[in-house]
Design a protein around this ligand. Sequence first.
Ligand code: SF4
Ligand code: SF4
Length: 157
Amino acid sequence: MIKALGYFIAIIKGSLITTRHFMVNMWFHTLKLFRIKTKRKGAVTIQYPEEKRKIASRHRSLHRLLKREDGKPRCVACMLCVTVCPSECIFVEAAEDPDPEVQKVPSIFIIDLSRCCFCGFCVEACPEDAIRMDTGQIEFAEYSRDKLIYDLEKLMG
Ligand code: SF4
Ligand code: SF4
């Protein structure tokens, strides 16, 4: 009997919390309807994935490596991004470029996205503006970790 009463009280408590959220949101939406500005906005449900929220232009999304005019990566394999990465998820191997104007190029450039924390330090550290996180791609979930390892080809798209 006492156990049943406990369940009943829990149900009432839960219902009251749901009702409170509903009423608060309804209040803010009603104020908006009458063009009354408030600091807080009513919660909005986005029907993801059918409906997608617009992401801010400064949002750090999937990385990309920029190309030079000849199609080669702009990266000069300086290793600054490798050094600064707090997740240690970038691997770069340098190679000599036949063009004497270009000292080095990456023969291997890998980012393990399963470890990346999307801090953007690699972008900030790059002296060549060779790496950016402005693709706007935020949906790259995979069933296996291996597929989250992005190499030169994938990063240069
Ligand atoms: S965003 Fe941060 S964690 Fe991810 S690769 Fe760049 S430096 Fe590393
Ligand atoms: S910091 Fe820039 S130039 Fe240096 S290795 Fe990273 S991407 Fe390449």
